[in-house]
Structure formats: C-alpha cells, structure tokens
Design a protein around this ligand. Structure first.
Ligand code: PMP
Ligand code: GLN
Length: 381
C-alpha cells in the first residue's frame, strides 16, 4: 500500500454531510444542513431555462458575465455607498465556498497567520491549512458571541496576513455592530492585513438591524474581499453560485488563481441572475420573509425545555438544552436524529477545542408545515 501523506490529516467528513446523511437514513426532519426545503421563485427558474434554450450553454467569461457583474456592482454600491467597478472589482464564483478557497489560495503562504473567530464556518480552517497558513483562533464569548477586540489586538503579529470575519454569523446567528467594524478598521489601519469578510447572509438580518458590510467602512473596504452567495439569497444552494468583491489590485491576484481553479462559473444561471437582480425586492424582502419563519419557530417552541436568544440574522437558531440532558452535543444531536427524528448541528464542532456549551443549531429555512412538525417534536423532548 502506497504511503499517502495526507495534506489534511486531522480532517474528516464535514458535519453538514454527516448530519444530512443521518437525517435521511433515519427519516428525520432535517434542520441540520443549511438549505431551504421550499422552491426558488418560478420566475428565476424560468429565466435559467430560457437562458439554456437561447444557447448560453458554453463557458462564461472568466470573471463572470459582464451584465451580472454590473448589476452586482450597482446593488452593492447602492446598498453600501461603495464604488466597486464591475470590470475589475467583481468576480462571479461557484458559490461563496469557492471564493473563500480561492482568496486563501491566492494570498496565504506557509507561516502566514490567519485570525478566525470560533465557532467558525468549517471551510476556513482546512483551506488555510492546505496552503501552510497558521490558524490563530479566537473563541467568541459563550452565548453572546461578541468579539473581544483587545484579544484581537493581542493576537495580531507581524505574521498576521489575514483576518476572517462572518456577519451575520453562522452558526450563532449574531451580527457585528457598527462599533465592531470601527474597532476592526482601527486595528487594521497601517497594516498589510487582508480582511476576508464572509457576508453570505447579508440579506438575512432581523429586527430592523442594518447589515454592517465591510464595504461601508473605507479603511476596511480597501483591504477586503467580501464574499456573497446567491444560494443563500435566492433559495438555490444547489446552484453553487456566488461572487466576491475586492479592490482591483487584490482582485487581480484573485483572478490569477480563479482562472485555474474553476475558470468560470455556470453560464446560463448568470444570465438568469443578472435579470432577476434587476428587481431589488427579490433580495430586500428577505429580512421579513425569514423573520416570520424565525418568529413562527420560536413561538412554537417557547414552552419547550430548550432555551434560546432569538437569532439576529442568518437562518439558523441556536437552542440550548442544559435543562434536558447532560449529554455532549454531538451525542445528543445523534440521539435526536435517531430517536426523535429531528436533525440539527452540534455547535461544538465549530468551537475552539470542541468546547461544548450544550447548544444545537437548527435551520429554519423551511416551510411553515415543516417548522410546525419540528416544533411539535422539540416540545415533546
Ligand atoms: N460562508 C458561510 C458562513 C456559510 O454558511 C456558507 C454556507 N452556505 C458559505 C460560506 C458557503 O456558501 P456557498 O453555498 O455559496 O458556497
Ligand atoms: N452553509 C450551510 C450550513 O451551514 C451548509 C454548507 C455545506 O453543506 N457545506 O449548514
């Protein structure tokens, strides 16, 4: 047997695959992996069909269809008072995951330090590790998920190459405030540190709060890659379409890698998205749409033994179960799936040293019918 010198010896199958598989196997309601169980707009689906029928079935331009990049720049510049140029500062990607991977590939060298906040979305660390980067994790405060900027300041060294933030935040549902972003802007001033601002849930934010995009802060925007996902925004996670934004010098480096990573993303879908984005209501309606789902779910489980703080953004709700059992969250999530037929994500897998706060993540991007069934199960536990 050949000796396989694994580049990722500590990595196993992602928890999203593990839990969705278990949910299917045990016929459980799947509130684990984050995806809607309702259809995308028929108009959007029709637009893709039309684009295919019109023959847009060959390679798209490498950085993306210009009309799509134009409307993305227009949307961003309108929402965040920024000035992204469609030709040089916007690239269409195959989901945010590909953008994140490509950013890390383009900039991280062996020995570079990358500050990330835990619990962290699970693609960041393996990507950093693959390119020899050193992960510098900072655990967010238990249950409130706020950043201690003094700790961040203490962790910045001459080797810090990148900081990764994610707001609204998966899995906690917390959001960074304007003050947070101003703190970060101050800390990064006069450094060469790149900010990767993962904003895939930019349009899923509740209770009248405004998304604090890195694009809004000039001192951040000048050093930032911002990643976005059409999967999240238009209920089409299976299409794996997204984009990233960055100043042109940074984007030029990104494209050097992107062109050999995927070359380009799905072409007919880009035609459809360019058209669909012309109606801002298609994304501006999202806060209300998902807030109703959050509120329905929480109102139905308020008398259960799970406790919670309502998510401020994303389509994930954390539920604390200390009043139910002492079991570890991985074991409890497994038992809930097998015995109670409801699947969730144990949050410890995203934490520093697998810190277990007895919290599970539930995705509420589901039909009201599914949420009602799920709530019934949860209330019986
Ligand atoms: N970042 C975060 C925080 C996510 O939750 C996700 C999950 N979808 C992604 C990136 C990846 O997005 P995409 O599906 O567009 O690759
Ligand atoms: N972002 C989704 C989640 O957090 C899943 C993405 C994936 O399956 N890789 O559940």
């Amino acid at each position: 047997m050949q000796n396989i010198n694994s580049k990722l010896p500590g990595v196993s199958t992602t928890i999203f695959t593990v839990m969705s598989k278990m949910a299917n196997q045990y016929h459980a309601i799947n509130l684990s992996q984050g995806f809607p169980n309702f259809e995308a707009s028929p108009e959007l689906i029709n637009l893709v069909t039309q684009a295919m029928k019109k023959g847009h079935n060959q390679y798209a331009p490498m950085p993306g269809l210009l009309s799509l990049r134009e409307i993305i720049a227009e949307k961003t510049n309108t929402l965040y008072d920024s000035n992204y140029h469609p030709e040089t500062e916007v690239t269409v990607t195959s989901g945010a995951t590909q953008a994140i991977f490509t950013i890390i590939a383009a900039f991280i060298n062996p020995g570079d330090e990358v500050i990330i906040f835990k619990p962290a979305y699970d693609s960041y660390e393996p990507s950093i590790e693959l390119f020899g980067g050193t992960i510098v994790p900072i655990q967010l405060k238990t249950s409130i998920f706020t950043v201690d900027w003094k700790e961040v300041e203490a962790k910045i060294t001459s080797k810090t190459k990148m900081v990764i933030i994610n707001t609204p935040h998966n899995p906690s549902g917390s959001v960074l405030s304007k003050e947070d972003m101003l703190h970060l802007e101050k800390l990064l001033k006069d450094t060469d540190i790149i900010l990767l601002s993962d904003e895939v849930y930019e349009h899923i934010i509740f209770d009248g709060q405004e998304h604090q995009s890195a694009a809004l802060f000039p001192g951040l925007a000048e050093r930032s890659f911002i990643t976005a996902s059409f999967g999240k925004t238009f209920h089409t996670t299976g299409w794996k379409m997204g984009y990233c934004l960055a100043p042109k010098e940074l984007m030029a480096e990104f494209k050097k890698v992107h062109q050999f990573n995927v070359f380009c993303s799905n072409h007919p879908t880009q035609y459809a998205l360019a058209e669909y984005l012309k109606t801002p209501e298609n994304y501006l309606s999202l806060p209300n749409f998902y807030q109703e789902k959050r509120d329905l779910f929480l109102s139905l489980i308020k008398n259960s033994r799970f406790t919670f703080t309502p998510a401020a953004g994303t389509y994930f709700q954390l539920l604390n179960y200390v009043e139910i059992t002492n079991e570890g969250d991985v074991a409890f999530a497994e038992r809930l799936t097998k015995e109670h037929k409801i699947a969730s994500i144990p949050v410890s897998v995203f934490n520093l040293n697998q810190q277990d706060d007895k919290v599970l993540r539930f995705c509420f991007a589901k039909t009201d019918e599914t949420l009602k069934k799920a709530a019934e199960v949860l209330c019986g536990i």
